[in-house]
Ligand binder design. Sequence first.
Ligand code: ATP
Length: 507
Amino acid sequence: QEDVFKKLVAHCKEYGFVFQSSEIYDGLGAVYDYGQMGVELKNNIKKYWWDSMVLLHENVVGIDSAIFMHPTIWKASGHVDAFNDPLIDNKDSKKRYRADVLIEELLAKYEDKMNKEVEKAAKKFGDSFDEAKFRETNVRVLENQAKWDEIHNRFTKALNDSDLEELRQIIVDYEVVCPISGTRNWTDVRQFNLMFATEMGSTADGALKVYLRPETAQGIFVNFLNVQKTGRMKIPFGIAQIGKAFRNEIVARQFIFRMREFEQMEMQFFVQPGTELEWFAKWKETRLKWHKALGLGDHKYRYHDHEKLAHYANAATDIEFQMPFGFKEVEGIHSRTDFDLSSHQQYSGKKMQYFDPEKGENYIPYVIETSIGVDRMFLSVLAASYCEEEVDGKDGAKESRVVLRIPPALAPVKMAVLPLVKKDGLPELARQIIDDLKFDFNCQYDEKDSIGKRYRRQDAIGTPFCVTIDHQSTEDGTVTIRYRDTMEQDRVKIADLQSIITKKVSM
Ligand code: ATP
């Protein structure tokens, strides 16, 4: 799996999906640029979300608020005081870790070690191997299991209690059993605020310390009444937004999974107090359905309900996706109570109440939030789509191909038009087809190299349809259409291309 992930990262670069930011200057940690294919896929993901949220829900509208906001907003939201991660430095290796990530890694290594023992035994005993019994009776495995449980329990408790000293102690205690860096020389665990700060205005006037927003949600909360009043919105209703967010992540790894500059698609749904858990359940279900509708594989998703809730929430769940490095959060759904609106009312001194015409009373609404990372979704789509396979090549020989089985609606290029030869009017006919269809979907023209090579290039960027123009095309107005996933081909009329492809690429 690790191997597949490395290949995927290399593939993203080779085909213009994702580049390291500032690459010619050796890059900038955890910041990435999207290339010519990546930007198309990313835009398609955003459109898929926006359309399903804003166009399909009569009571959800969108906004686009600024990245810079008044600094008191981050005081009111709790980010100035509490948006911290526990951090630990290794004095010897000079490496910096997020304490919770470090311990998670430790647990994963421990589990891995244990599983290897079981695997070894399974090989040795063959068909007669009974794993449960083995674990029950084998001292080494049992010992490992007990240790594992012990780390896990201590770790969960330390995190729940925000006990930094205990987190440090856990790392020191268990490193001998499962060394990560080969040294125990740690500094203390410290809290580290994840917001980026900068200054606005000239220093002579007294510059204002402002933050790059760590989430888009606050732009929605502070505009709640603007939208409600100008849009004559009635509760329940939602406000959606797509935009950049910034977090100074301590350990940023795993490619675009954890970035310092990323994009979120968030929706805050305002409801009557007391109805929030019903709405929470409804959005939880709606959002999972949305993910599954893409067809990446239902078994790749699972909920992770939070036992430990943030100070503002009375229910929370993550939708996790099976990444090459395990099940990981892609989207969070939170019942945020009236925490944010009440807090803004208190800090700004402005009423954040809604007048409910049906009940004839004022109240501060409760909020259900759905928050998904564009980049994480991008990674999940590519991870699920990337496929290396053996196919029949020329003269019955086997060939390997890399294909991105991206859902057609999200594919960067929908149709490639390929003249079989560069003469006899075939390129002209190909261009004409593109001119007729380029306003309907993204088309690409390619005349270089053998047709086989051109198919492979399109497979590698996930183009669902290749249309080949041959001599017969100029005579009878038909072309072959080749399907990416099956590699099967049909002969169809040029006049039918638009309807055939549109049907398959629309959601
Ligand atoms: P994590 O626990 O992985 O740090 P989080 O719980 O802090 O994530 P939220 O604050 O709930 O994340 O943000 C909502 C969504 O924004 C996440 O589900 C994720 O898709 C995305 N997201 C958050 N942080 C990052 C990041 N550093 N890089 C890319 N996407 C991110």
